[in-house]
Design a protein around this ligand. Structure first.
Ligand code: ZN
Length: 149
């Protein structure tokens, strides 16, 4: 395993064991639950948004290491972003995990680039993207429930 790959692996393990921004956000004005039946990942994303700026993001739930690490890193990255910036990150992230290593994508995504290796495990792509689809549905107040199937 290359040093970079090892570093990526460590970061995913760290975030899955000690997820950041984990818990209920009591003053959230957007909330959404997402489910990945393929793996059993289930999480709720809480957002506090004002004037198209995401002030706070938290999540809770349970799932595999990839889904929890993805949610944890997502909450760190999206905090303070405008809705337009968050949309751009969302699109880049989905591209990364479905296409794999891409220098310009990885540069734009910063620490989210740790998920580039997910492309080698197609069954894990849904785990990695679940928090993101749930976030997007929460922000748009989508009345449909989020399921990766
Ligand atoms: Zn999973």
């Amino acid at each position: 395993m290359s040093a970079l790959r090892e570093l990526y692996q460590e970061m995913i393990v760290d975030h899955s064991k000690r997820p950041r921004n984990f818990g209920v956000l009591s003053d959230a004005n957007h909330t959404k639950e997402g489910f990945n039946p393929l793996c059993g990942d289930r999480l709720t994303v809480y957002l506090q948004e004002h004037n198209h700026v995401i002030d706070k993001v938290k999540f809770e739930g349970c799932g595999c290491a990839i889904s929890v690490a993805s949610a944890s890193l997502m909450t760190e990255v999206l905090q303070g972003k405008t809705q337009a910036e968050a949309d751009a990150v969302f699109n880049d992230f989905i591209q990364l995990v479905t296409k794999g290593h891409d220098a310009s994508l990885e540069e734009r995504l910063g620490k989210l680039a740790v998920f580039a290796g997910v492309v080698e495990f197609p069954v894990r792509v849904k785990c990695a993207t679940l928090p993101w689809h749930t976030f997007k549905a929460a922000l748009q107040d989508d009345p449909q429930s989020v399921s990766t199937e």
